[in-house]
Write a protein that binds this ligand. Structure first.
Ligand SMILES: NC(=O)c1ccc[n+]([C@@H]2O[C@H](COP(=O)([O-])OP(=O)(O)OC[C@H]3O[C@@H](n4cnc5c(N)ncnc54)[C@H](OP(=O)(O)O)[C@@H]3O)[C@@H](O)[C@H]2O)c1
Length: 249
């Protein structure tokens, strides 16, 4: 049975993907900071038919990454796929973001993917196989104001994926980017209505907020699982985009 590590599996896309892959027979190590939520997701994944273990992980802390990874390998063995999904966005004009917020956003949305991929690749290169999956965003190609740091990180994530795909091609490693549009999750749930309203107004003014619809989280999870099911024997890169379908209003 294939094995995967999923970061940010305590809610949203990571949690839905855990259940989707478990239903397809995967064995999973799930990481996030909210361990109780993670335990619930692991239980749902086992009920769906796979194996799943919940392990504490803060992707912004290299020591936590190392201890998570050791725990994952001890429980599920060699890792076939890394699904690097954890993310967070601070919304607002750059001048109003504190230096600490900027550093935190870059760490979770870009640096952590480098740390996780580096840790995964060491063993994948030895084995001459493996999948690196990065959960990206359509802001990578349609940048949004008041999301400057997040936008820059998601654009950087795609560049990082392309670079790694070439660097690891000769080792049979495949890199996959899921470029998702607005998806129905808890993402941004910590934002005030006023903050969100101001940003959406600006996005509409620049023609960037074309629909109020959202991608269903199970649809996003299924798309990622389907992409992972493509035979990976020749390595390379797969990039797909999944956007909401506007309904007539
Ligand atoms: N929802 C959208 O509209 C949308 C669109 C495009 C792309 N995405 C991307 O999809 C990914 C998942 O987001 P989501 O929409 O599913 O939102 P979500 O429900 O808020 O999930 C975010 C996940 O990231 C985890 N996380 C955040 N900081 C972390 C940290 N320091 N260490 C470990 N885990 C951390 C959270 O877990 P804990 O808080 O428990 O640590 C949570 O499990 C993100 O990369 C996001 O950029 C989302």
């Amino acid at each position: 049975m294939p094995t995967a590590v999923i970061t940010g599996a305590s809610s949203g896309i990571g949690a839905a993907l855990a259940v989707e892959l478990a239903a397809r027979g995967w064995t999973l190590a799930l990481g996030a900071r909210r361990v109780e939520r993670l335990e619930e997701v692991a239980r749902a994944a086992r009920e769906a038919g796979g194996q799943a273990h919940a392990l504490a992980l803060d992707v912004t802390d290299p020591a936590s990454i190392e201890s998570f990874w050791r725990g994952a390998e001890a429980r599920i063995g060699e890792i076939d796929a890394l699904i690097s999904n954890a993310g967070h966005a601070t919304l607002g004009p750059l001048v109003e973001c504190s230096d600490a917020e900027l550093a935190a956003d870059v760490t979770v949305n870009l640096l952590s993917h480098l740390w996780m991929a580096k840790r995964a690749l060491a063993k994948m290169i030895e084995r001459h196989r493996g999948d690196l999956v990065f959960v990206g965003s359509d802001v990578a190609v349609r940048p949004k104001p008041e999301l400057a740091t997040y936008t820059a990180c998601k654009a950087g994530l795609e560049a990082l994926a392309r670079s790694l795909a070439m660097e690891t091609h000769d080792f049979g490693i495949r890199t996959l980017v899921a470029r998702l549009g607005a998806t129905a999750t808890e993402f941004g749930a910590d934002l005030s209505d006023a903050r969100r309203g101001a940003a959406v107004g600006l996005w509409q003014r620049w023609g960037l907020h074309l629909t109020l619809d959202l991608v269903a989280v199970q649809r996003a999870a299924k798309a990622i699982a389907d992409a992972l099911a493509i035979p990976a024997s020749e390595g390379g890169i797969v990039l797909f985009e999944l956007l909401p379908t506007p309904t007539p209003r």
